[in-house]
Design a protein around this ligand. Structure first.
Ligand SMILES: NC(=O)c1ccc[n+]([C@@H]2O[C@H](COP(=O)([O-])OP(=O)(O)OC[C@H]3O[C@@H](n4cnc5c(N)ncnc54)[C@H](O)[C@@H]3O)[C@@H](O)[C@H]2O)c1
Length: 352
């Protein structure tokens, strides 16, 4: 499969969730490739935020609005006249979904309905919905979930993303069956990367502890997650969206995850972080009896590999190195945009 980011040069792309962690990296990749990007989302979900630190507003036409507000979304969408839509806006935190399930469902399910309504009456040719590995009914299997497995996430976040998948499938069957818009979903695992400041995520917890010279508290050291660098799924999203734009037969539902060797237990991931950060850091195991979270999650990504000839560019060791490089650059008041450009360039080169 021949794909490179130059496909995006001069293309109009609409990104929801552009102020978030993944959205900010995605906009940087798209802008570097010469795309004309409009972003629609609420203000950055964290303070500090990658969006502000990296000045992503320079790279996109940024519209601040709620995905639940259909008229506002539609106005921004019609103004942008996009050919390609990447839908990332969501309430993405499991613990927050226990605190406010209704808001999580409104945003993650009706938000998907609203963006698909916009697509329905437009000239869009390619739509990608970003969901998660948590959409599957978790059977605590030792082997990876495949795309045809049952969708039934446990907690409100995961379940709302299962619903978002189902909404996408229904719209695809009901309104886009003639193929005039290529529709896909991508189910990615946990990502790590510079500039993630979310609560309740392990690498941001590590960085916060490192900055305060404190021990890292690990709530769930024995849970296994398919960790990968944020650029991995973003590249896969851009590859799927571009390829299906050219040929609708590539539209589908795809898992995006690391190779088996990079499915680490959280404790081992933190060990790796500590070894790269240095400074005598250590971590402590402190299970806090929080709400149910799946213990074992692994994706089978053979469909993505077979269809696109895709493979991860970086292993977890390199991914952590990049996180540490970004975080130290930011902490030392360095040029974060240049650091991101370097990491994106190295990532693309390592995939050649
Ligand atoms: N970070 C991960 O490990 C991970 C893993 C799998 C899937 N995902 C998915 O990737 C996407 C982006 O995740 P992220 O980690 O960047 O999260 P994030 O919290 O950093 O960003 C979420 C984005 O959605 C926007 N948003 C939230 N509620 C909104 C609303 N009501 N209206 C408009 N915009 C709203 C926020 O403003 C922000 O731009 C999400 O769909 C998430 O489910 C993330």
């Amino acid at each position: 499969m021949n794909f490179d980011l130059s496909f995006y040069k001069g293309r109009k792309v609409f990104v929801t969730g552009h102020t978030g962690f993944k959205g900010s990296w995605l906009c940087k990749m798209l802008a570097n490739a010469g795309a004309i990007v409009t972003g629609y989302s609420l203000d950055p979900p964290t303070n500090p935020s990658l969006f502000e630190i990296a000045g992503i507003e320079q790279d996109v036409h940024s519209v601040i609005g709620d995905i639940r507000d259909y008229p506002a979304l539609k106005a921004a969408f019609d103004n942008a006249q996009p050919e390609i839509v990447l839908h990332l806006a969501a309430q993405p935190i499991v613990r927050d979904s226990y605190k406010d399930p209704a808001y999580t469902y409104e945003t993650n399910v009706m938000g998907t309905v609203n963006i698909l309504e916009c697509v329905r009456s437009s000239c869009v040719r390619s739509f990608l919905n970003v969901t998660t590995d948590k959409v599957y009914l978790n059977k605590e299997w030792a082997w990876g979930y495949r795309e045809n497995e049952e969708l039934d996430g446990y907690d409100p976040y995961s379940n709302s993303k299962s619903c978002s998948e189902l909404v996408t499938h229904s719209y695809k069957n009901s309104f886009f069956a003639d193929g005039h818009v290529a529709i896909s979903t991508a189910r990615a695992g946990n990502v790590i990367g510079g500039g993630d400041f979310a609560n309740d995520r392990i690498i941001p917890d590590c960085i916060r502890a490192a900055m305060k010279h404190e021990d890292i508290i690990v709530r769930n050291p024995f849970s296994t997650r398919p960790y990968q660098h944020v650029l991995e799924p973003l590249y896969a999203y851009l590859m799927i969206a571009a390829t299906q734009y050219e040929d609708g037969k590539y539209a589908g539902y795809y898992n995006v995850g690391p190779d088996d060797v990079d499915c680490f237990q959280t404790g081992a991931l933190v060990d790796l972080f500590v070894s790269k950060w240095g400074d005598g850091m250590k971590w402590v195991n402190r299970y806090d009896g929080g709400p149910h979270e799946a213990n074992f999650l692994k994706l089978d990504c053979s469909k993505l590999k077979a269809t696109f000839g895709w493979k991860p560019h970086w292993n977890l060791d390199t991914a952590i190195e990049m996180v540490v490089e970004w975080s130290k650059c930011w902490a030392d008041g360095g040029d974060v945009r240049a650091c991101m450009d370097r990491e994106i360039e190295a990532f693309l080169k390592d995939g050649e």
